[in-house]
Design a protein around this ligand. Structure first.
Ligand code: NAD
Length: 256
C-alpha cells in the first residue's frame, strides 16, 4: 500500500541514520519528492542518487535563513510541502556538573531551535489558503520522557521538543489549518549517534550498544527502519485523528 502517494516531504538530518531510513520508507510509500535536508551536504549528495524521489538540500536547522530558503525552494520546485520531519539532532554526554555552557547551547540550538524553526516554516507553507495542510513529525526520544545518566542537555532539549509539539498541534487545530503535529520517542536505535555517544563515554561503541540493550525489556536496540515505519504512519492519512501525541517506540524501556 502506498500511503504517501504524491506527497512532498522534507526530512532534516536525512543523509544518514533514522532520517535516511525515514526518507527511504517515504519513497517506498509513494512520496513524489523527499528532500534530504542536512548539514552534511556531501553525504546527502552521495545518497541522493539511490532514489529518483530524493533531492539533497543544504540546511543548518539552527539558521532561520536556511529554513526560509529550503522550504521556499521545496514549494517552488515540487508544488507544496505535505510532510516535515524534524529529525536532525545531536547528543552530548554530560551531567549537570560536567556539561559546559557551550555544549548546552549547542544541543539546545540544534534540537530545540532547529525544531522550533522547522515547525514555524512548515506551518507557514502548509496552512491554507496557499498550503493544503500537512503533517509535522518531531523526533524527541525516551530522553524526552525520563531522565538518563549524563544526559542533562539532551534530556532538557528532548523534553522541550515534546511540549513544543503539543503547542504546535493545538495551535494548528484551533486555527483549522489541517496540520497535525506529533512527536516520536525512540529508545536506543543503532545509528552513528550511538557511536558518537560512545566516543564521549568510557565505552567502546560495541560495549555501549550491549549495555543499552541489556536495559531493554525486548532485549535488543531498535533498527532505524522501525522508527521509519512509525513516521510513515504519522505522515499518512491513516493518522488523520492523531495530533499532539507522543508516540513511544522503545522496546518497553519506559514501561518499567
Ligand atoms: P545521526 O547522528 O545518525 O544523524 C543525524 C543527522 O543529522 C546527520 O546526518 C547530521 O549531519 C544531521 N545534522 C546534525 N546537525 C544538523 C544541523 N544543525 N542541521 C542539519 N542537519 C544536522 O542521528 P540519529 O541516531 O539518526 O538520530 C536522529 C534523531 O533521532 C535525532 O533527533 C536523535 O536525537 C533522535 N533519537 C535517536 C536515538 C538513537 O538511539 N539513535 C534515540 C532517540 C532519539
Amino acid at each position: 500500500m502506498q500511503r504517501l502517494a504524491g506527497k512532498v516531504a522534507l526530512v532534516t538530518g536525512g543523509a544518514r541514520g533514522i532520517g535516511l531510513a525515514i526518507a527511504r520508507r517515504f519513497a517506498r510509500e509513494g512520496a513524489a519528492a523527499v528532500i534530504l535536508a542536512d548539514l552534511d551536504e556531501a553525504e546527502a549528495a552521495r545518497v541522493a542518487p539511490e532514489n529518483p524521489a530524493f533531492h539533497p538540500c543544504p540546511l543548518d536547522v539552527t539558521q532561520d535563513v536556511d529554513w526560509a530558503r529550503a522550504v521556499d525552494r521545496t514549494v517552488a520546485r515540487h508544488g507544496g510541502l505535505d510532510v516535515l520531519v524534524n529529525n536532525a539532532g545531536i547528543a552530548v554526554v554530560g551531567s549537570i556538573e560536567s556539561v559546559t555552557l557551550e555544549e548546552w547551547h549547542r544541543v539546545q540550538a540544534v534540537n530545540v531551535d532547529g525544531t522550533f524553526l522547522g515547525c514555524r516554516h512548515a506551518v507557514r507553507a502548509m496552512k491554507p489558503p496557499a498550503g493544503r495542510g500537512g503533517a509535522i513529525i518531531n523526533l524527541s526520544s525516551v530522553s524526552g520522557l525520563v531522565g538518563g545518566h549524563n544526559l542533562a542537555a539532551y534530556n532538557a532539549s528532548k523534553g522541550a521538543v515534546r511540549l513544543l509539539t503539543k503547542s504546535v498541534a493545538l495551535h494548528c487545530a484551533r486555527q483549522k489549518y489541517g496540520v497535525r503535529c506529533n512527536s516520536i520517542h525512540p529508545g536506543f536505535t543503532e545509528t552513528d549517534m550511538l557511536r558518537d555517544l560512545a566516543a564521549g563515554s568510557r565505552y567502546t561503541p560495541e560495549a555501549l550498544s550491549e549495555r543499552l540493550r541489556a536495559s531493554v525489556p525486548l532485549g535488543r536496540n531498535a533498527a532505524a527502519e522501525e522508527i521509519a515505519g512509525l513516521a510513515a504512519y504519522l505522515a499518512s492519512d491513516e493518522a488523520g485523528f492523531v495530533t499532539g501525541a507522543e508516540m513511544v517506540i522503545d522496546g518497553g524501556v519506559t514501561a518499567q
